[in-house]
Design a binder for this molecule. Structure first.
Ligand code: FAD
Ligand code: KPC
Length: 526
């Protein structure tokens, strides 16, 4: 199918029907047929052929085009945007929104207009999943429309690309020449090496979307990744008893940097309060079952014994592995022990003129890094020498809260600075159940009913320079604030400047508490 040329043709709704006919119903004549948005009259060589049109590839194409280059994005799916709108971040946010609503209903059960039966009520996770599916087509459609009609980037979809050499790519039997190649094929779940995974009842984030066809009644999650916390919090909030089996501790330094102990405790203890069973230090041994349907998970305990936990739903959250093998074979690009393609800070691989971006180059597997590495590769391909070190970044996850942290943890700050000043809520020495703060944006309601669950807040200063060096928050609406605060922190914002911020939310603790302390020539904790 050729879609090149006419603006806004296909329309948003035509794109939706076209994509859904391939992905959802499989009854479109376009199944297996490439979709060409390709200017065949343009005889210029491509500056880059981008293999994979997810966040990393799409931003690479858009940036390269904006810099005057010619890019061609190829994706095996019939839509651009990749895993984020299809099965990853977007459903994750739908589930986390639902978890927050459900959690509030349970915390408030029997109060105000909240039905007291909420305490034990189970809701349908299929309905929530299907709600996501009912909106997914439009997200897919928007990606194709925006890329074609607003960003004017050429693409070929619904067909895989095969790299022949560093200047040649084969797409649907046709050979295309290019000055450089950008690899952007992302990552998939790394399954643990244990028997029983082939049985019905074993899911990951992707197959939960594509395959789940029953309402689980008991869930076991294998793994301790962010996804374990996020999806586990949702399943549990939906009323499915949930156990998390994890090798290392949740939110442990192995997988996440700069996590403060008290932030972690607030999150993990909060999950336990809500009934999630968390078993750490385990080694999964087998997903048990009759060969057809799972019955549970057998595991080695932290003290070397064996134990079993029953389940009709096993969710794998043991991390992801990059889809790098075809490029090692075709180009000999260097990878690390986990298969992540090795790149320098310009995103160039060990093969000159071949770049790799997004999840394919390893952690952090986050959208900001995927999109920005795409632009970094584009800039360098277009002749600018541009390096970006993405190793220090603000981070977040969802439990039934938003959990956000950036800069140094208190422990890291104390190791680095002599005079560390802490401002935090709840206040040490007062029982949290007597102390309805932080009561941030969105948790006022909880604070009145369950003060101890109203959130967690801590900011860390170097008391000598008065500069902000870390911030940690559990509550709602914080991601937005912290993504800008991180920029200010990196620019060296002080407690005095933070105290000058005009708060829109009366209980935004950063400006008000900084202002209360900023008058002191010698800073003190609060
Ligand atoms: P992808 O989006 O996976 O794109 C790779 C593309 O390559 C796909 O479209 C695929 O079809 C295509 N492809 C593969 N092989 C070929 C081939 N041979 N030829 C052509 N095309 C090919 N990050 C956040 O920042 N915030 C979040 O809230 C968040 N939530 C997440 C929730 C979950 C459950 C998961 C799994 C991840 C989440 N992430 C989140 C991470 C985020 O989704 C990824 O970092 C991001 O999507 C990676 O983008 P990418 O372009 O590198 O890869
Ligand atoms: C559709 C949507 O809002 C989120 S998916 C974003 C994919 S991309 O813009 O390519 O990073």
């Amino acid at each position: 199918m050729d879609v090149y040329g006419t603006p806004l043709k296909p329309s948003l709704h035509e794109w939706t029907d076209l994509i859904e006919g391939i992905v959802e119903t499989g009854d479109s004549p376009l199944v297996g047929e490439p979709i060409y948005n390709l200017n065949r009259e343009d005889t210029r060589e491509f500056d880059a052929i981008i293999i994979g049109g997810g966040a990393a590839g799409r931003f690479c194409g858009a940036f390269l085009k904006a810099r005057g280059g010619r890019a061609l994005i190829v994706d095996k799916w019939p839509f651009l945007g990749g895993s984020c709108p299809h099965e990853a971040c977007v459903p994750h946010h739908v589930f986390s929104d639902a978890a927050r609503e459900l959690d509030l209903s349970r915390l408030m059960a029997g109060k105000l207009w909240y039905d007291k039966e909420w305490k034990d009520r189970k809701v349908s996770i299929l309905e929530v999943r299907d709600l996501f599916l009912s909106g997914r087509g439009l997200a897919h459609a928007l990606m194709n429309l925006q890329t074609k009609d607003q960003l004017n980037v050429e693409y070929i979809l619904n067909t895989p690309a095969k790299v022949i050499d560093k200047n040649t790519v084969e797409i649907a039997g046709e050979t295309f020449k290019t000055r450089s190649i950008v690899l952007a094929t992302g990552a998939r779940t790394q399954l643990p090496d244990i028997p029983g995974l082939e049985q019905k009842g074993v899911y990951d984030f992707a197959t939960l979307i594509s395959d789940l066809d029953y309402e689980p009644s008991k869930c076991v999650i294998i793994g301790g990744s962010k996804i374990a916390i996020e999806y586990g919090s949702f399943f549990n909030a939906a009323g499915i008893p949930t156990t998390i089996l994890t090798r290392s501790g949740l939110m442990s330094p192995n997988s996440l940097h700069h996590v403060d102990d008290d932030l972690r405790d607030f999150v993990v203890d909060g999950m336990k309060v809500r009934g999630i069973e968390i078993i750490q230090g385990i080694e999964p041994l087998e997903v048990t079952g009759d060969g057809k349907q799972v019955s549970g998970v057998r595991y080695r305990t932290a003290d070397g014994g064996e134990a079993f936990v029953e389940a009709d739903f096993v969710f794998i959250a043991t991390g992801e592995k990059p889809l790098s093998a075809p490029f090692v074979d075709a180009l000999g690009v260097e990878v690390d022990g986990r298969g992540n393609i090795q790149v320098d800070w310009t995103c160039e691989t060990s093969v000159k003129g071949v770049y790799a971006v997004g999840d394919l180059i390893g952690p952090p597997l986050e959208m900001f890094k995927a999109r920005k590495t795409g632009t970094v590769a584009a800039r360098n391909i277009m002749g600018e020498h541009f390096e970006w070190d993405y190793t220090d970044f603000a981070d977040f996850l969802h439990s039934t809260y938003e959990v956000v942290w950036m800069g140094l943890s208190e422990k890291e700050a104390r190791a680095k600075y002599e005079n560390v000043v802490i401002i935090k809520m709840p206040v040490d020495g007062i029982p949290p159940e007597d102390f309805a703060l932080p009561a941030g944006d969105g948790s006022m309601f909880i604070a009145m009913a369950r003060p101890e669950l109203s959130g967690f807040f801590k900011i860390v200063f170097d008391g000598d320079s008065r500069k902000l060096v870390g911030a940690h928050y559990v509550g709602f609406g914080v991601k937005n604030a912290f993504q800008y605060l991180e920029v200010l922190m990196k620019q060296g914002i002080t407690i005095d400047e933070l105290g000058q911020v005009n708060e829109l939310f009366l209980n935004d603790l950063i400006p008000q508490l900084c202002r209360l302390r900023a008058g002191n020539a010698v800073l003190r904790d609060l």
